[in-house]
Design a binder for this molecule. Structure first.
Ligand code: 6GU
Length: 227
């Protein structure tokens, strides 16, 4: 998979050199490039923003640098993702789908957003998704893009040592994960649930499923309604 990131904060993404995504890059499974949006400006101050038409607070990112930057990285098989609190909700299902894409471009906006014509124009040429992590506001798309890249990157075929650890985790089956324990069997007077020491694999599987349902009902009842 190829990933291009467009941002005015390229140094933000140096953390991708470490972590699982860093290993995927070393092995060639993921080919990731970060581009400075200001390299696509032509004025002395490398201006990327301007005041909004119609008035209002904050600044809007100008269309011209975005147009040139996208022209430089987008081709026919590209999916362009614009992280935005006004986008559709990012989910595990979306991560699974995007992990199969040959080429992702993340357009990281700052300030009050990108001139809407950039998104509309790009949508006329390739697949475009405006995607939000959740119902809260970040200062820009960089942290959101990083979270999405980690969620997508670990699902790229060939990525994780043990594929079973992918199917058993939270959200893969629409439920939260069951609690996990390791040695010692008693720690500060807290015992490991005895069923896990029983050696009865049928009972263990049933207990874990009950824990998943109970935990989901308690903290995320919304996930049960959509099942
Ligand atoms: Cl994708 N961007 C911004 N700026 N804020 C967010 C978000 C994205 N997702 C949640 N909050």
């Amino acid at each position: 998979m190829r990933i291009d990131i467009l941002t005015i904060f390229p140094e933000f993404f140096s953390v991708l050199d470490i972590s699982l995504v860093g290993k995927a890059r070393q092995s060639g499974l993921i080919e990731l490039s970060v581009h400075d949006l200001r390299d696509f400006t032509h004025d002395r101050h490398r201006t990327v923003d301007d005041t909004p038409y119609g008035g209002g607070a904050g600044m809007v990112m100008k269309p011209e640098p975005w147009g040139e930057a996208l022209d430089a990285v987008v081709d026919v098989e590209t999916t362009v993702i614009f992280p935005s609190p006004a986008g559709e909700r990012f989910t595990q299902a979306m991560a699974r789908e995007l992990a199969l894409a040959p080429h992702l471009v993340f357009g990281c906006g700052r300030y009050e957003g990108i001139d809407q014509r950039v998104i509309d124009h790009t949508r006329g040429r390739v697949t475009v998704r405006e995607v939000s992590l959740g119902d809260y506001v970040l200062n820009g798309g960089e942290v959101a893009a990083m979270a999405m890249i980690e969620a997508i990157g670990r699902l790229v075929p060939g990525m994780v040592g043990n594929p079973e650890s992918l199917t058993e985790e939270s959200h893969e089956d629409g439920l939260l994960e069951y609690p996990s324990y390791t040695k010692p069997s008693v720690w500060r007077d807290h015992e490991v649930p005895p069923v896990l020491l029983s050696g009865n694999h049928g009972k263990i599987a049933a207990w874990r499923h009950d824990q998943q349902v109970e935990r989901t009902r308690r903290v995320r009842p919304d996930l049960l309604e959509s099942k």
